[in-house]
Design a protein around this ligand. Structure first.
Ligand code: CA
Length: 223
């Protein structure tokens, strides 16, 4: 599980990083709002922990930008602004949850667990991309009603791409999510698997769903 932490107060950030790393999350910490926005836009995370008052771009603007770019990664906002106006503002911008400073690390850790669980088990178990159906709870794939047999790894890659549809994903990002470790050496495995997935889902169809994004990697597209 990869978490992006955007927080400019080093002591708070350090405490959060230590706590979450101890729970086996991989945490990327940035202290500047602009940097945080870049990371959140162009890299893939399972959760974003976002402070409100930041140098560069503030947390509300970052969140708005993400949601308007259809990045639906859950966001937990950290704020010292505990008044109701700011809570409403944050929820309107698309935050999934709130934590008011100062907070206990136990509480942070509990909120993180809830948000990640919600993200992993969304209400709808099927993701639809045009005539392709990816059933994430039954682990079944069909195109135009015809069942398609994928290997476990092929399914994991397709599922990850489907969750992130219309986003260009680097080979490294895909490999990281599917193999968890040693992904540096795995990135060419991604090409091999994508080739096989294409054979199964795209070969017979006139409309190809998996696009190669030059210089980056791959994208599954329903536009
Ligand atoms: Ca701050």
């Amino acid at each position: 599980m990869k978490i992006l932490l955007v927080e400019d107060e080093p002591v708070i950030a350090q405490n959060i990083v230590e706590r979450l790393a101890g729970e086996f999350y991989r945490v990327k910490w940035v202290s500047d709002g602009n940097m945080g926005l870049q990371k959140a836009l162009f890299e893939t995370y399972d959760l974003i922990i976002l402070d409100v008052l930041l140098p560069g771009t503030n947390g509300f603007s970052i969140l708005k930008k993400l949601r308007s770019n259809r990045i639906t990664t859950p966001v937990l906002m950290l704020t010292a602004l505990c008044d109701i106006v700011n809570k409403v503002k944050g929820l309107d911008s698309g935050a999934d949850d709130y934590l008011t400073k100062p907070f206990a690390l136990d509480e942070l850790s509990a909120r993180v667990r809830v948000l990640l669980r919600r993200e992993m088990n969304p209400q709808t178990s099927s993701i639809r991309i045009k005539d392709l159906n990816v059933d994430t709870s039954r682990r079944e794939v069909s195109r135009n009603g015809e069942p398609i047999n994928l290997t476990t790894k092929e399914f994991q890659i397709l599922e990850f791409m489907a969750y992130n549809k219309n986003r260009a994903l680097s080979r490294m990002t895909i490999a990281e999510h599917v193999w968890q470790e040693n992904y540096d050496s795995m990135s060419n495995f991604v090409d091999v698997h994508i080739k096989n997935i294409r054979k199964k889902i795209d070969a017979k169809a006139t409309c190809k769903l998996i696009k190669t994004v030059r210089g980056i990697g791959y994208m599954i597209n329903d536009e």
